[in-house]
Design a protein around this ligand. Structure first.
Ligand code: SF4
Length: 560
């Protein structure tokens, strides 16, 4: 690792010296520049002990002491390295989120996140996830928009047993949260889609095998999100990841991947940028390791809200970032390559679609990803009864069932409908996302999941359906876990003032965000705030106006 400042592009003028701030001597905590002293409590916790080490204490100590015996540094810090978050205590309203201490917001249960790299599951694994939910998690199991499953109500005493059962079928919670390489997203239809450019699965498998759970990358400045898809549908939201590999065909070298870096939403949203480099499948792990090493070594560690890779990319620019990657980490140049082709259709995989082997895959989006362990077990049974043993998680809080023979499609879809999983849902049910929200999240200001389900029911009752996609993303706070800024109608939870002057649950509205053809962040117009009670009327008005005024083929982001 170099301790020098990174180089500029060859021949580029020397950068102007920066103004010196009073605290400049301590830098931004960039390890590569020699700043190794922790500059905030999170960095201190990580330096004191690697987050991965808390597993031994859970297995050997905390399972016997219970919640009250847990070291606070583990409880609110290192536990995340094993997918564990303390859970919000029931009955605490969102107005008190900002004023209570963390310990006042918590109960003695945990959220536990299971990483499902590439979203790929066997029915045995899906059934195990369901069984654990019913035994240890009060039948909770939310599908996230990053191909994870999240349990709630987990007791620390049960965590070793849960790990044992997950790991027996090849699943893990390692680095599902924390300042780590999080779950690696992959196309839900990798290896089977008729239109696939290239299957990224081998690269996902290799990255997880070599680097997840390794102390080489277990102390990053913040989380590091990866997406790899060779689907022309761009089905992993590559624009909002720290690193993404997007399928392209190089005119000389053939199918491979276009490299993107520096995307992310949260409170300072930025879209990822292309480095202009083409990466063949077998080089992805090496290039991934180079980029995450830059993040580990040069990433900002002073302020948590400026620690994501996107800030470094924004400050350096893509030319300098690529130079540092090539010169300091890869020690070779990358091949220049083309940009991905634009894709105009829906990015999800809902409905019935042919596979390249003549069978079919079937996609469903449970409303706002809210399912249960029992339901997942029923899905596993249903899939097996129809001759398949493969299921995929999607990046839309959904599920895709693979390998169904044509003769069994009608029976399968009838079975799914009976479980409340439509293969032909309304646009509202199909496209709505909701984060965890006030029900379990300590950072939440408003309720989200139940509100989302009620809103879908209400829109279907009042409006029916639309013949164009419309995304409505409901978030419980500014952190944008359900992608506030890239929805047609993005809702950011906050306390608002109602018409009687009372402080109540509500939302800041962002309109017209999107990815792909409509890539850009929704506009946050002054006065676009609604109370929770007003939400159905507000959304109905917006939807009806769009439906009445749009010209044929016009998308919401174009109309608004
Ligand atoms: Fe929690 Fe806020 Fe993320 Fe929702 S957006 S899950 S409320 S941190």
């Amino acid at each position: 690792m170099s301790t020098e400042a990174p180089s500029s592009a060859p021949g580029a003028p020397a950068p102007a010296p920066r103004r010196t701030r009073p605290d400049a001597g301590r830098g931004q905590g960039q390890w590569a520049l020699g700043h190794r002293e922790p500059l905030n409590p999170n960095e201190r916790t990580k330096k004191d002990d690697d987050g991965l080490h808390c597993r031994q204490r859970i297995e050997n100590v905390y399972r016997y002491t219970g919640y009250d015996g847990i070291d606070p540094g583990d409880l609110r810090g290192r536990f995340r390295w094993w997918g564990l978050y303390t859970q919000r205590a029931p009955g605490i309203d969102g107005g008190r989120t900002a004023v209570l201490e963390p310990e006042e917001l918590e109960d003695k249960f945990f959220m536990l996140r299971v990483r499902i790299d590439g979203g790929q599951l066997t029915t045995t694994q899906l059934r195990t996830i369901g069984d654990i939910s019913t035994r240890y998690a009060r039948d909770t199991a939310d599908l996230t928009d990053r191909q994870n499953v999240q349990y709630h109500w987990i007791r620390i005493e049960d965590v070793p047993d849960v790990w044992q059962q997950l790991e027996a079928v090849g699943l893990s919670t390692a680095e599902a949260c924390g300042d780590t390489p999080r779950v690696v997203l992959g196309s839900p239809v990798a290896g089977i889609a008729t239109d696939e450019i290239i299957d990224g699965t081998p690269a996902i498998t290799e990255i997880v095998r070599r680097f997840v759970g390794s102390e080489e990358f277990s102390n990053l400045p913040r989380k590091f999100k990866t997406a790899i898809s060779g689907s022309p549908r761009h089905d992993v939201a590559h624009e909002i990841h720290d690193i993404a590999f997007v399928g392209v065909v190089h005119p000389e070298h053939g199918p491979g991947f276009d490299l993107w870096v520096g995307g992310g939403l949260s409170t300072n949203p930025m879209l990822g940028q292309r480095l202009g480099a083409w990466v063949p499948l077998d080089e992805i792990p090496e290039v991934w390791a180079g980029v995450i090493s830059i993040f580990r070594d040069y990433g900002y560690r002073r302020l948590r809200n400026r620690a994501r890779l996107k800030f470094l990319v924004a400050d350096w620019g893509v030319r300098r970032f690529r130079d540092v990657l090539e010169q300091e980490y890869l020690h070779r140049t990358l091949v220049d390559g083309p940009a991905p082709a634009e894709y105009a259709g829906p990015r999800d995989h809902v409905g019935i679609h042919p596979q390249k082997d003549g069978r079919f895959y079937v996609g469903v989006n449970p409303t706002v990803g809210r399912v249960s362990g029992s339901l997942l077990t029923q899905v596993a049974d249903l899939v097996e009864a129809h001759g398949s043993d493969r299921v995929r998680m999607t990046t839309d809080q959904g599920l895709v069932i693979l390998d169904i023979e044509q003769a069994r499609l009608a029976s399968l879809t009838a079975g799914l409908e009976a479980l409340g999983l439509s293969v032909n849902p309304s646009t509202f049910r199909r496209n709505m996302l909701a984060c965890t929200g006030l029900e379990f999240c300590k950072l939440a200001i408003v309720e989200t999941k139940a509100r989302g389900i009620a809103l879908v029911d209400e829109l279907e009752r009042r409006v029916g359906d639309l013949d164009v996609p419309l995304t409505i993303n409901i978030n419980g706070c500014p952190n944008a876990c359900a992608r506030t800024q890239i929805a047609d109608i993005g809702l950011k939870g906050m306390i608002v003032t109602d018409s009687d002057g009372r402080q109540v649950d509500g939302f800041q509205v962002h309109l017209g965000g999107g990815l792909g053809l409509d890539a850009g962040f929704g506009r946050k117009l002054r006065g676009h705030k609604v109370t929770g009670d007003e939400l159905p009327d507000f959304v109905e008005r917006v939807v009806r106006s769009f439906d009445a005024q749009r010209v044929p083929g016009e998308r919401f982001a174009q109309w608004v």
